[in-house]
Design a protein around this ligand. Structure first.
Ligand SMILES: [Zn+2]
Length: 467
């Protein structure tokens, strides 16, 4: 079996690895590169393998940095199968349409800059029709049921605990008497999560490809963050204020709704209306209810339809009315980094109000309004207006859906017999910090591949392919 690394190498976006075995060529993920507009366009325009030479795709989960280049592959002519868990397939129907819209907007901005320089307009990377064709090529695969990919090659999907439907993918090549097994982590979640299953461990794996997003970090124990969250949010609501929670539509929004329900049920937070003001987030909530079998049995006083219990705000008229509603209430809204969307209207109202609170529960990249507010500035520019910041600003990174360094070490070490561990999906400081810790704990060879690098894997070991 050969493996080649073409994305998320020493970085966190564009996840794509190629596995060659038994005359077949399979892609593990086909994710979108994220970054500066022109760079993003150029890197996402191509794929590393000619579509006609791809046997099939195995998709770990629906986040666009893992799935967002699939419609591009299809637009370039790929017509083979794309295997994914049923919930991943369902979430892709949401997220890839959204991705097509975002990419089209980006391309339009690029073209506005090209026109004065007499440069021809760039075509869209893909559109809704390519997304529809991608979804037609997707094949649902249940966790724990191996699928035959071709002669002598099987794949098994297992829960990864990162977002709804997120999977670890185990590839088995039967070559003579000695099978060779490779496990791809996708993104790994946190053991002991209230909603998502624990990341699975497969016995007898020879080689691992592992994410390293938080390879150098230790998350604050969740129960402490949760207690502080309940105390702060409860205080604001008792004082009649508004709590604005900017959150990503898939995963983080549902976690916050779940926590708020549990806190209200336990009397930690006063019973107050919780609004979800984002059509995409509301759609994602419906997916959570439809795929309850991919989640843990719900507990903590929360029943299985909690995600539909929140007051869903879909139309822009309803959203406008909500902005005029007096407190107390909670509104969970997108985007999580406050770059665009309805969150801007809610921030414009809440930020100047000393009785209100803005609660960040996720990562905010540099140069975003979310990061600006997290950094503690006393005013902010929103849609051209300068708004004073008097509301309280909280940050709770413990809501992360990625394992921290200890979680990653535990997961890798549980695969005691592995011969090699490839670290991907992390910036270099995070990845090398994890590599150093792993080298102290396991006998396996730890490799941080460069883009384009290839390796031959056998049951006994690994060696680099010099091209
Ligand atoms: Zn992810």
């Amino acid at each position: 079996m050969n493996v080649f690394f073409h994305g998320a190498t020493r970085s966190v976006s564009g996840s794509l690895h190629v596995v060659e075995a038994r005359g077949q060529r399979w892609l593990l993920d086909c994710g979108l590169f994220q970054g500066r507009r022109q760079d993003m366009y150029d890197r996402n325009a191509g794929v590393p393998v000619a579509p006609a030479q791809v046997t099939g795709v195995l998709l770990s989960h629906a986040h666009v940095d893992h799935s967002g280049r699939l419609p591009r592959l299809v637009k370039l002519g790929y017509r083979g199968p794309i295997y994914a868990s049923p919930a991943t397939l369902d979430l892709c129907a949401l997220l890839l349409d959204d991705s097509a819209y975002v990419l089209r907007t980006q391309t339009r901005i690029l073209n506005l800059r090209r026109a004065p320089r007499n440069l021809p307009p760039l075509p869209d990377l893909y559109g809704e029709e390519d997304v529809a064709q991608t979804l037609r090529q997707m094949v649902p695969v249940a966790w724990g049921t191996p699928v035959t990919l071709g002669p002598g090659l099987t794949a098994e999907f297992l829960p990864a605990g990162h977002i709804l439907g997120a999977s670890i993918i185990v590839l088995r090549e039967q070559a003579g008497d000695a099978p060779c097994t490779l496990a791809f982590s996708g993104d790994i979640g946190r053991p002991g999560d209230w909603i998502l299953p624990d990341p699975a461990v497969q016995a007898g794996v020879h080689h691992l490809i592992v994410e390293s997003t938080y390879g150098d970090k230790t998350h604050r124990p969740y129960q402490y963050a949760r207690a502080e969250f309940a105390k702060n949010v409860g205080a604001t609501l008792r004082g009649g204020g508004i709590v604005v929670i900017p959150a990503f539509s898939v995963g983080r929004t549902q976690r916050v709704i779940y926590e708020l329900h549990a806190m209200i049920a336990a009397g930690e937070v006063p019973p107050t209306p919780v609004f979800v003001d984002s059509p995409l987030s509301v759609e994602a909530c419906i997916r959570f209810v439809n795929h309850a079998d991919a989640l843990r049995p719900l507990a903590h006083g929360v029943h299985s339809f909690a995600w539909l219990d929140a007051h869903n705000v879909v139309s822009s008229e309803e959203s406008r009315l909500l902005r005029a509603r007096p407190g107390p209430f909670v509104v969970i809204t997108a985007s999580g980094m406050c770059e665009a969307g309805r969150v801007l209207h809610h921030l414009k109202r809440a930020l100047p109000d000393a009785h209100s609170r803005v609660v960040f529960v996720g990562f905010c990249a540099e140069d975003t309004l979310g990061r600006w507010l997290r950094d503690g500035h006393d005013s902010a520019r929103i849609n051209g207006d300068v708004v004073p910041v008097r509301a309280a600003i909280d940050q709770f990174d413990s809501f992360s859906s990625h394992a921290d360094q200890l979680g990653l070490l535990d997961w890798v070490c549980a695969h005691g017999a592995a011969r090699s561990v490839f670290l991907v999906h992390g910036e270099e400081p995070q990845t090398f910090a994890l590599a150093e810790q792993l080298e102290r704990r396991i006998a396996a060879e730890v490799i941080v591949p460069f883009s384009g690098e290839g390796f031959t894997l056998t049951p006994d070991g690994v060696h680099s392919i010099h091209q």
